[in-house]
Design a protein around this ligand. Structure first.
Ligand code: DL6
Length: 824
C-alpha cells in the first residue's frame, strides 16, 4: 500500500512509467500488447489524475480552513477542450511523461490525440468560462465552475458535397477519465405543479410549491489545475437522474414501459447542448436545463455556506455568484425562493442578500440573443418563480414610478415583463435588477450597453454597469499550443510571462533584432507546416507554406461577415486571372466554424465558400497563388493548431455587433496581424499593439448607427460603383461556382441588395480590399512583417485572462487569493 502511495505521487520518469503499467493492467484491464491508443490515453489520464488528488484536497481544505469567500461561476457552457496536455503542462511534467511513454515505445502525440475534445459550449462565451477557470486556479482564487454535464456536446460538423451536415458528438462514449462521479451529491429539482398559500407560524402569508415533478441533479467533479499545480479548483457539472419514487404509480398499474419512459424523459434534461450561438430558440427544454443546473448549484452553494454559518446576512461576504449571460438568471428568483420559502428569511432582507451576492455578465447586444421567456410557459414550468418575478417587478416599478414622472413608456421598458404581444419575462432585466454589478466584455460593448439595451437601467442605477474586457489564458493559448514560440520567448526573457503575461513587453526591443526576427519567423514557419499538414489531412488541399495564412475561424454568423472575406477572395481570384504576369503574393484563405443547424443563411454561406474553393483550388490560371480551405469541425483542439500558424487574423464584424471577441486575442498573441473593424476588443487591441501594427478598415460603430438612423443606404448603388464587387456578385448569381444549380445563391444576393444589406458587407467592401492590399504589400517585406508580428505578441500581455479575472475579483467579487502555506 505504501509503495502505491508513493507511486501515485511520483513525478519522475520512472515513477510515471511504473504507474502507467499498473494503471493499464489494474484499472483499464489490458496488457501492454493488446492496449489501443485509447487505452493508453485512459491509462495516462488516470495516472495524471492520481497526481492531482492530494493537491486538490489540500486546496479544498485550505478554503475551508480560511473560511474563504468563494466565487461561483454559473455557466450553461464550459468549452474546456482536451485536458491531458493542460494538466501535464500545468503540473510541469510534460517532458517526464513524454520520456516515460517513450520508454514504453509509445508516442506521446498519439496518446494526446486519442483524447476527445470536451465541446460543452458553442463558442466565445463557453470558451471564456474555460479560460476563467484556468486563471482562477492559477491565481489561487477560490473559484468553482457550475454547469451541465451534457452527454452530447456541440455537434460534429462534416461537409457532404460542401454542405454542413451535423452528427452527434459523443465525447463520453468511451468514458471520461477526468471526472469523479459524486452519487451522494444529489439535489432535487422541481418542475410544474402549483403554489399553495398558507399562514406561517407567526401568522404571515407564506407559499409552498406542491404537486411538482421532481428530477435529481447528480454532481460530477473535474479538477481544474492551475499553473504550477499549487491550486486545484473544481468544475462541478450536473447530470439529470430520475427520482426513484415518481413512477411507483405506473409500477402498480403494471405499466412498466411507461415508468421507464418517464425516466428517460427526465434524464433528457442533461442530454444535449443547444447548438445555437447568439440566438435563442425559446424551447421549453432549454428553459428547464437553465433552471435545472441553476437550482442544483444554488442548493449546493447554500449547503456549503450553512456548514459553517447560520446567518444569511453573511452570505454576500462568503459567496459571489457570477451569471455568465442570462442563462442562469432564473437563479435570482430561485435564490429568493430558497431564502424566503425554505429558510423563512423576510423578503426585503432576502432581496438585499441576493443582490449583494449576484453579478451578471452580458455577452451580446444582438436582439435575437436576448432571452425573453413566455410568461405562460414560466407560469406552467415554475409557478412559484413567476409569482416571485411579479413581486420583484411590482416593488421595483413602484419605486421607479416616482422618478419616471408619468413616463409610462420608460416604465414599460424597465419592466421585467414585456407586455407587447404574448407577454414575456425579460431575463436581462431580471439579471440586471438582481445583481450588484453588471458588466460588458469590452470597452466599446460596455458603452453600447449603457446607450442601448440597458440605457434606462443605467439611468436608474448609474454605478452598476462596469467594463471587464475579456482575456485568454496564456497557458493554453501560447505555452501549450505554440511550443516553438514559447520556447523562443522563454529563451530570451525567462518563463515569468506564463503567469504574468505583461512581461512580454520585454520583447518590444527584440523586434529590431535581426536574429530574433529570424527565429520568430522560423517558429511561425514550423507552425505553418504543422497546419499545412493538418489541412492536407482534413481537406486533401495542398497549401503553400510561404503564402499568407489568412485566417477566419469562429462561429458562422452573418454579423461576423465571412461573406465579406469570401467576396474579397473572389475579387482577388479575378485579378490574379486577369494579370497572370504580376508576381502575386500567394494567399491561403482559411475558414473554420460551425453554423447553428437551423441557421439556413449561415449554412448557405458555408456551401458558397466550399463551392468557390472548389473552382479556385483547381484553376491552373492562378498558379497556386490562391487557395481557399474550409476546415471541418472547428473546436478547441483545431484552434490550438490554427492560432499559432496564422499570419493574418480576420476580425471583420459589422462594427457594434461583436461584443468582444477572444479569437482576435489568441491570434494576435501568437503573432498574427489583425485586419479588422473597430469593433469589440479590436479597439483595445489597436491601442495596445499600436495603430501601425494592425489593419483597420470600415465604418465605425457610430457611423453604422448614424447610417441606420438615417434610413440605411442603397447597396445597389454601392455595387454599381464598384466593378470588382459587381463582377464577384455577378459570378455568384450566374452560377459560375454552382453550374449545377445557378440559382442556389439568390438568397445571399437578395440579402445584399433588396434586403438592404443589413450587415453592411457592400458598404465596407472597398475599404476592406484596401486594407487587404496593404497587408499583401507588407508581406512582401518579411523583415517588416515580422517586426510588426513581434510587436503584436509583445504588446498583447494585457489580454491575459489573469488580468480580467483579477479585475472581477477585486471590483465585483471581492475575493482574495488563498495560497498554500509554504512549509518548505
Ligand atoms: O464574451 C465572450 C464572447 C465574446 O467575445 C463574443 O464577442 C460574443 O459574441 C460571445 N457571445 C456568445 C453568445 N452570446 N450570448 N448569449 O458567445 O461572447
Amino acid at each position: 500500500y505504501k509503495t502505491r502511495e508513493i507511486e501515485r505521487r511520483s513525478l519522475d520518469v520512472d515513477g510515471l512509467k511504473r504507474s502507467f503499467l499498473e494503471w493499464l493492467v489494474y484499472s483499464v484491464g489490458k496488457d501492454a500488447r493488446a492496449a489501443t491508443r485509447r487505452d493508453w490515453f485512459h491509462t495516462v489520464a488516470l495516472s495524471v489524475r492520481d497526481r492531482l488528488v492530494d493537491r486538490w484536497m489540500d486546496t479544498t481544505r485550505r478554503y475551508y480552513q480560511e473560511d474563504a469567500k468563494r466565487v461561483y461561476y454559473l455557466s450553461l457552457e464550459f468549452l474546456i477542450g482536451r485536458l491531458l496536455t493542460n494538466s501535464l503542462s500545468n503540473l510541469g511534467i510534460m517532458e517526464e511523461c513524454r520520456q516515460a511513454l517513450d520508454r514504453l515505445g509509445l508516442s506521446m502525440d498519439e496518446v494526446i490525440d486519442a483524447e476527445p475534445d470536451a465541446a460543452l459550449g458553442n463558442g466565445g462565451l463557453g470558451r471564456l468560462a474555460a479560460c476563467f477557470l484556468d486563471s482562477m486556479a492559477t491565481q489561487a482564487l477560490p473559484g468553482y465552475g457550475y454547469g451541465i454535464r451534457y452527454e452530447f456536446g456541440l455537434f460534429e460538423q462534416r461537409f457532404e458535397h460542401g454542405w454542413q451536415v451535423e452528427y452527434p458528438e459523443q465525447w463520453l462514449q468511451f468514458g471520461n477519465p477526468w471526472e469523479f462521479p459524486r452519487p451522494e451529491v444529489l439535489y432535487p429539482v422541481q418542475f410544474y405543479g402549483r403554489v399553495e398559500e398558507f399562514r406561517d407560524s407567526v401568522g404571515e402569508k407564506a407559499y409552498r410549491w406542491v404537486d411538482a415533478e421532481r428530477v435529481l441533479a447528480m454532481a460530477y467533479d473535474t479538477p481544474v489545475v492551475g499553473y504550477s499545480g499549487e491550486t486545484i479548483n473544481t468544475l462541478r457539472l450536473w447530470s439529470a437522474r430520475a427520482t426513484r419514487d415518481f413512477n411507483f404509480g405506473h409500477f402498480n398499474d403494471g405499466a412498466y414501459m411507461k415508468a421507464v419512459e418517464q425516466k428517460v424523459l427526465s434524464e433528457n434534461l442533461s442530454r444535449v447542448l443547444y447548438p445555437n450561438d447568439a440566438t435563442e430558440t425559446g424551447k421549453e427544454l432549454r428553459f428547464k436545463q437553465e433552471y435545472f443546473f441553476t437550482s442544483a448549484s444554488l442548493q449546493d452553494i447554500l449547503r456549503r455556506f450553512l456548514q459553517h454559518h447560520n446567518n444569511f446576512d453573511d452570505l454576500p461576504s462568503k459567496a459571489a455568484i457570477q451569471l455568465n449571460d442570462t442563462h442562469p438568471a432564473i437563479g435570482i428568483a430561485e435564490m429568493m425562493r430558497l431564502l424566503v420559502d425554505q429558510h423563512a428569511v423576510r423578503w426585503d432582507r432576502a432581496w438585499d442578500i441576493t443582490r449583494a451576492t449576484f453579478a451578471y455578465t452580458n455577452h451580446t447586444l444582438l436582439p435575437e440573443a436576448l432571452e425573453a421567456w413566455p410568461v405562460r410557459m414560466v407560469e406552467r414550468v415554475l409557478p412559484r418563480h413567476m409569482q416571485i418575478i411579479y413581486e420583484i417587478n411590482a416593488r421595483f416599478l413602484n419605486r421607479s414610478k416616482a422618478r419616471a414622472a408619468g413616463d409610462n413608456a420608460r416604465l414599460a421598458r424597465l419592466s421585467l415583463i414585456d407586455e407587447r404581444g404574448d407577454r414575456r419575462v425579460r431575463m436581462g432585466n431580471l439579471a440586471f435588477l438582481g445583481s450588484h454589478k453588471v458588466n460588458g466584455v469590452s470597452a466599446l460593448h460596455t458603452d453600447l450597453m449603457k446607450q442601448t439595451v440597458f440605457a434606462d437601467f443605467h439611468q436608474e442605477f448609474p454605478d452598476r454597469i462596469t467594463n471587464k474586457t475579456n482575456g485568454i489564458t496564456p497557458r493554453r493559448w501560447l505555452k501549450q499550443a505554440n511550443p516553438a514560440l514559447s520556447e523562443l520567448i522563454t529563451s530570451r526573457i525567462g518563463d515569468g510571462w506564463i503567469h504574468d503575461l505583461g512581461q512580454l513587453t520585454s520583447l518590444v526591443e527584440k523586434a529590431d533584432d535581426v536574429v530574433f526576427r529570424e527565429e520568430f519567423r522560423r517558429a511561425k514557419r514550423k507552425n505553418k507546416k504543422r497546419l499545412a499538414a493538418y489541412i492536407a489531412r482534413q481537406t486533401g488541399v495542398e497549401v503553400q507554406v510561404d503564402s499568407i495564412f489568412d485566417v477566419q475561424v469562429k462561429r458562422m454568423h452573418e454579423y461576423k461577415r465571412q461573406l465579406l472575406n469570401l467576396l474579397h477572395a473572389v475579387a482577388l481570384y479575378n485579378e490574379m486571372r486577369d494579370n497572370p504576369m504580376v508576381s502575386w503574393v500567394p494567399v491561403t484563405k482559411i475558414f473554420a466554424g460551425k453554423a447553428a443547424p437551423s441557421y439556413h443563411m449561415a449554412k448557405l454561406i458555408i456551401k458558397l465558400i466550399n463551392d468557390v474553393a472548389k473552382v479556385v483550388n483547381h484553376d491552373p490560371a492562378v498558379h497556386d497563388n490562391l487557395k481557399i480551405v474550409y476546415l471541418p469541425n472547428y473546436n478547441v483542439t483545431a484552434a490550438e493548431i490554427i492560432m499559432p500558424a496564422a499570419d493574418l487574423s480576420e476580425q471583420i464584424s459589422t462594427a457594434g455587433l461583436e461584443a468582444s471577441g477572444t479569437g482576435n486575442m489568441k491570434l494576435a498573441l501568437n503573432g498574427a496581424l489583425t485586419i479588422g473593424t473597430l469593433d469589440g476588443a479590436n479597439v483595445e487591441i489597436r491601442e495596445h499593439v499600436g495603430s501601425d501594427n494592425i489593419f483597420i478598415f470600415g465604418l465605425t460603430a457610430e457611423e453604422v448607427a448614424d447610417l441606420k438612423a438615417g434610413g440605411g443606404f442603397n447597396p445597389r448603388e454601392v455595387i454599381a460603383s464598384n466593378p470588382s464587387l459587381k463582377r464577384a456578385l455577378d459570378m455568384i448569381s450566374t452560377g459560375v461556382f454552382s453550374p449545377e444549380d445557378p440559382n442556389r445563391y439568390h438568397p445571399i444576393l437578395q440579402a445584399l441588395t433588396d434586403g438592404g444589406d443589413h450587415f453592411l458587407v457592400t458598404a465596407d467592401f472597398a475599404d476592406y480590399c484596401r486594407a487587404q492590399e496593404a497587408a499583401m504589400e507588407l508581406y512582401r517585406d518579411p523583415e517588416e512583417w515580422t517586426r510588426k508580428a513581434i510587436l503584436n505578441t509583445a504588446n498583447m500581455g494585457w489580454f491575459s485572462s489573469d488580468r480580467t479575472v483579477n479585475e472581477y475579483a477585486q471590483e465585483i467579487w471581492e475575493v482574495k487569493p488563498v495560497r498554500a502555506v509554504d512549509d518548505g
